[in-house]
Design a protein around this ligand. Structure first.
Ligand SMILES: *Cc1c(COP(=O)(O)O)cnc(C)c1O
Length: 425
């Protein structure tokens, strides 16, 4: 099946007389006739459901669709994108370990890795997305267990050279984890370029309607944990907290990572997506391929308009020829990148504030990747605690405006920007 068909029909094939739409199994628990039947589930000898914190049929159908969309072997849903990235990393890292991460990542993930995981004894080395092979190799240590990056970074809009990062990761016997939230599998499938694990904030384009916070983790099934067994004892030696099961032996490379993440991390940390939200997420997935096309068309039209406007100092959008990431975008995102564009006005921070006040269609929101166009000035909102110097270092200078182009008519969006640029002084 091509991705357009998988978006609509993947993950769930009803039998004769069964519901056409994925049913919402809004039940915390499941009933069994005998204790023996249930015991087999706990021993992982039979597959089935017993408690929604571990698994739920609605969630599993939607996760299976996302696994097919990414070309992976297994997937799981989480309550948020933050939980997805934390689980993906914590599933293979523990106190005393180390992560190599691109420095150009979502602020929440940066904080998760640089502050919260550091408190758990997990260290990190950040590398710029433009680092050379040599610089990447120099960032690895004996105790490095994972490498991390974002296909298109939020909000810096840098494009990850996935092949280069994967090569460095594999040369040091560790997997590359890629957050594919902005590109979505419609525009980029990181596994085809060597990534091993993919994560998503499904809150963004996958849901696409600003309706449900959620996340997902997908495994390519390609990373050979057994070949680096000394680094990954959690996957390659018996789990005493789960009946002595050795995940790689019992579930193979295709299932070990997600099974461990479910039976250990979801069991103990409990960040499950509600079945109701998984249902809403699936409605979003059904039209993702159609929406992404329009988001990209509108993004490009808006970026082109802004880049020619006399009041605009610069525009970041990798589909624009001349953008610093245009060559990487042509390679990894041939169908287009996403609907998010960032730009700066010549009048700086004050001009940004005056301009945004005049917008009528684009709403000011802490959100991106919604069907409705929205915009944000990070310096006065999400990055408010930083001074101008720190903002520049983080790649979000004070005047930067991030606009997430929705799926409205592009002439209306350009008209709105034009009148706001006209009105602001
Ligand atoms: C929003 C976002 C996250 C966090 O996701 P939540 O669903 O808000 O928890 C992680 N990564 C990227 C790239 C994001 O844009």
């Amino acid at each position: 099946m091509k991705i357009n068909t998988t978006c609509v029909q993947g993950g769930y094939t009803p039998g004769n007389g069964e519901p056409r739409q994925i049913p919402i199994i809004q039940s915390t628990t499941f009933k069994y006739d005998t204790s023996e039947d249930m015991g087999k589930l706990f021993d992982l000898e039979a597959s089935g459901y017993f408690y929604t914190r571990l698994q739920n049929p609605t969630n599993d159908f939607v996760a299976a669709k996302i696994a097919q969309m990414e070309g992976g072997t297994a997937a799981m849903l989480t309550s948020s994108g933050q939980a997805a990235n934390f689980f993906a990393l914590f599933n293979i890292c523990q106190c005393g370990d180390h992560i190599v991460s691109s420095s150009s990542i979502y602020g929440g993930t940066y904080n998760l890795i640089a502050v919260t995981m550091k408190r758990m004894g997990i260290d990190v080395t950040f590398v710029p997305p433009t680092a050379t092979e040599e610089e990447l190799n120099a960032a690895f240590q004996e105790n490095t267990k994972a490498m991390f990056g974002e296909t298109i970074a939020n909000p810096a809009l840098t494009v990850l050279d996935i092949e280069k990062f994967a090569k460095a990761a594999h040369a040091h016997g560790v997997p590359l984890i890629v957050d594919n939230t902005f590109a979505t599998p419609v525009n980029c499938r990181p596994f085809e370029w060597g990534a091993d694990i993919v994560t998503h904030s499904t809150t963004k384009y996958m849901d696409g309607h600003g309706a449900a916070v959620g996340g997902a983790i997908v495994d390519s099934g390609k990373f050979d944990w057994g070949a680096h067994a000394e680094k990954y004892p959690g996957l390659c030696t018996p789990d005493e907290s789960y009946h002595g099961v050795t995940y790689v032996e019992r579930f193979g490379l295709e299932g070990a990572f997600i099974t461990k993440c479910t039976t250990q991390l979801m069991r103990d940390l409990g960040s499950i997506q509600s079945p109701q939200n998984a249902f809403l997420l699936n409605l979003g997935l059904e039209s993702l391929h159609v929406r992404m096309q329009r988001h990209c068309e509108n993004g490009l039209a808006v970026a082109e308009f802004l880049s020619k406007h006399p009041k605009v100092a610069y525009v970041n959008y990798c589909d624009l020829p001349g953008d610093a990431y245009h060559e990487l975008a042509k390679k990894y995102l041939p169908k287009g990148s996403c609907g998010v564009v960032s730009f700066g006005l010549k009048g700086g921070r004050a001009a940004a504030e005056a301009f945004m006040k005049e917008l009528k269609i684009a709403a000011i929101e802490t959100h991106v990747a919604d069907a409705r166009t929205c915009c944000l000035n990070p310096a006065t909102s999400t990055h408010r605690q930083m001074n101008d110097e720190q903002l520049k270092e983080a790649g979000v200078p004070a005047e930067l405006i991030r606009i997430s182009c929705g799926i409205e008519d592009k002439e209306d969006l350009i008209g709105d920007l034009a009148q706001a640029l006209e009105a602001c002084h």
